[in-house]
Write a protein that binds this ligand. Structure first.
Ligand code: COA
Length: 190
């Protein structure tokens, strides 16, 4: 399955959208494409290292230093149907050896489940948070999921995760019982 560039916009042309609280000192050129298994070996550790303890806490519900082997295995296992993902790069920071497509800055994914709808998650490295990367990946990931026959996703989000709740609410997400007072469970029909 060949990776497809789903969008490429230079934020210079997007008007006054800058909200980031990171330290980007250049104009990013964000591109997204479907993730393939080789991306995991190439980019996962670098992306994980670029997440603050707060971001890891929001994503994994604990400020993990290292992920357990079974979780790593599941994250790497993208087949584009049961588990699928979209990866984002800042193509303004391309270099031939390490980053031929640009610096990896985020991933949005769905992960299949045997007990219910697949679960979605979105992660943007701290420096790029609040600049629209999460929204771009979410758009691309939902289009891809729909193309692959998926019609419903769920997301478990920590109650205090204001950015993720703002993001998912744009997609007419419906709140469902989560069984855990710390977690808001959303259902997204696509
Ligand atoms: C949650 C996350 C994916 C959002 O991606 P992002 O690129 O930062 O978000 P965007 O710039 O696309 O903005 C999405 C929404 O969040 C809001 N937002 C972004 N950063 C914010 C902040 N620091 N405080 C409050 N709201 C914020 C934006 O205003 C926007 O809402 P709007 O459409 O109502 O304006 C990203 O912040 C992240 O990776 N966080 C850590 C990991 C995590 O929490 N993942 C979710 C697990 S399910």
């Amino acid at each position: 399955m060949s990776p497809v560039v789903t969008c490429a916009i230079n934020r210079n042309h997007e008007g006054p959208r800058l909200r980031h609280h990171g330290h980007i000192d250049h104009s990013p050129l964000i591109v997204t494409r479907e993730a393939v298994p080789a991306d995991f070996d190439r980019y996962f550790q670098e992306g994980f290292d670029a997440l603050s303890p707060e971001s890891r806490h929001m994503r994994f519900f604990t400020p993990v230093h290292e992920l357990p082997e079974p979780v790593l295995k599941r994250l790497a296992d993208v087949d584009g149907t049961y588990n699928g993902a979209v990866i984002a790069f800042d193509a303004a920071l391309r270099d031939d050896d390490r980053h031929p497509e640009g610096r990896p800055v985020g991933v949005a994914r769905w992960m299949g489940s045997q007990t219910g709808p697949a679960e979605l998650s979105v992660t943007v490295i701290d420096e790029y948070q609040g600049t629209g990367v999460g929204s771009r990946m979410m758009d691309a990931m939902l289009v891809l999921a729909r193309k692959r026959g998926i019609r419903r996703l769920i997301a478990d989000v920590l109650r205090e995760n204001v950015p993720m709740r703002a993001l998912i609410n744009r997609y007419r997400a419906v709140v469902q019982p989560s069984g855990d007072p710390r977690i808001v469970r959303y259902r997204v029909d696509i």
